[in-house]
Design a protein around this ligand. Structure first.
Ligand SMILES: Nc1ncnc2c1ncn2[C@@H]1O[C@H](COP(=O)(O)OP(=O)(O)OP(=O)(O)O)[C@@H](O)[C@H]1O
Length: 364
């Protein structure tokens, strides 16, 4: 590949301090309209940590449309963090190219790429207040104190932490530190924000609250966020674009609803959960667990097995039917229906589904 061909005229390469005229008293943070088609593009990128070893990322291509919330989702070791680190410039690309706003940045140092990274452990400076932590990168860039503090306040307001501006990190909760870390990574006005498992250190309640906040802030700023996660729920809740990875390659990249409703192959269907992968009339299909029923029904396809697990989930009950071939199938039924005739573990059961709810899977 001739990477030079991908270069576009550079109008925004300089690592300039935030322009002086962009520090309004009230936040006006949305980025100006620009003409690029994609916020980020990955073009046939491969990463090999060892010259002869298996690639950690193997010839992946991805286009992230403007103003997208993109989640990189996949099991441990599939190459998500490596992809993120290559976007950030923390890891060299072995082959291929990366573009941000149509400009090739493959070999540029992190600070010149228009990206910013928010780390899992927040990495705040312990001796600096929230305000000074957020202002820090502007200080490094030579922005005057009054201006950088005004700007830092604006970003603390965005993450609803302005009331704790003078607190040190050890005087803040994990969730509050995370908001400060988010403000700190946004103050340089990145074109794309990279987030490596940003919610994993939070308790489940806070995680759900923060993910709503992340989505709000992403839409408010009008930039793309690329967020690495192991969590299917998190990706489905947040993402405009879900990128499912496995074994160093992209299995599917599509809007959340499309990935859930039409997984491309058995890996995606199983990894997302909520699907049964079934051999039906000589082909492999997925059927959503909430479209499967307990008991044989006329005109429907069915299989038989034994009920091996019943999990009460509040709104729904999740019932596992284990077949003679030792395959676990799931029926997700409304709790109210379940309690009408509560089946029990060990019972022989039929699982049925409409042929029209079958979704054909591509061979892997
Ligand atoms: N610095 C490194 N040197 C050598 N191999 C590495 C390095 N970093 C990652 N790898 C390998 O590259 C592959 C992809 O790792 P990566 O960290 O990108 O996966 P991941 O999907 O982010 O996993 P996790 O969810 O566990 O963080 C793995 O096999 C890993 O062992």
């Amino acid at each position: 590949m001739k990477l030079a061909l991908l270069k576009t005229p550079d109008t925004d390469l300089k690592v300039s301090p935030v322009p002086k005229d962009t520090a309004p008293a009230t936040p006006k943070l949305k980025q100006a309209t620009q003409s690029h088609r994609f916020d980020a593009e990955i073009v046939s990128v491969t990463k090999r940590y060892a010259p002869l070893g298996a690639p950690a990322v193997d010839n992946i291509s991805l286009r992230i449309p403007r103003n997208s919330y993109c989640c990189l989702l996949g099991p441990s070791g599939c190459g998500k963090s490596t992809t993120l680190r290559m976007l950030a410039g923390h890891e060299d690309v072995s082959e291929g190219a990366i573009l941000i706003h149509d400009r090739e940045i493959t070999t540029l140092p992190p600070v010149e790429r228009g990206t910013s990274m928010m780390f899992q452990d927040y990495a705040l400076f312990p001796h600096l207040t929230a305000l000074d932590n957020v202002a820090f990168s502007l200080k490094v860039r030579g922005v005057a104190q009054i201006e950088r503090r005004a700007k830092a306040r604006e970003y603390l307001e965005l993450v609803q932490m302005d009331h704790l501006a003078e607190r040190l990190p050890n005087q803040m909760s994990g969730g509050q530190q995370q908001r400060v870390a988010l403000a700190r990574s946004l103050i340089t006005r990145p074109k794309v924000l990279l987030l490596d498992e940003p919610l994993s250190a939070l308790d489940p309640f806070l995680r759900i609250r923060m993910r709503a906040e992340l989505k709000r802030i992403q839409k408010e700023l009008g930039i793309s966020f690329i967020h690495v996660t192991h969590s299917q729920d998190e990706a489905l809740a947040l993402a405009d674009l879900i990128v499912v990875m496995n074994d160093a390659v992209i299995m599917q990249a599509a809007p959340a609803r499309e990935v859930f409703e039409t997984p491309t192959n058995a890996f995606v269907a199983k990894f997302l959960g909520g699907h049964n992968v079934i051999q039906s009339k000589g082909r492999e299909v997925s059927v959503r667990a909430d479209q499967c029923h307990l008991g044989a029904r006329p005109g429907m396809n069915s299989l038989s097995g034994k009920i091996s697990m019943i999990e009460y989930q509040g709104t729904n009950v999740r019932i596992t039917v284990t077949t003679a071939e030792n395959e676990d199938m799931t029926v997700l039924m409304p709790a109210l229906t379940y309690f009408d005739h509560a089946p029990e573990i060990g019972e022989t059961a039929q699982m049925s589904w409409e042929a029209s709810d079958e979704h054909a899977l591509a061979p892997m």
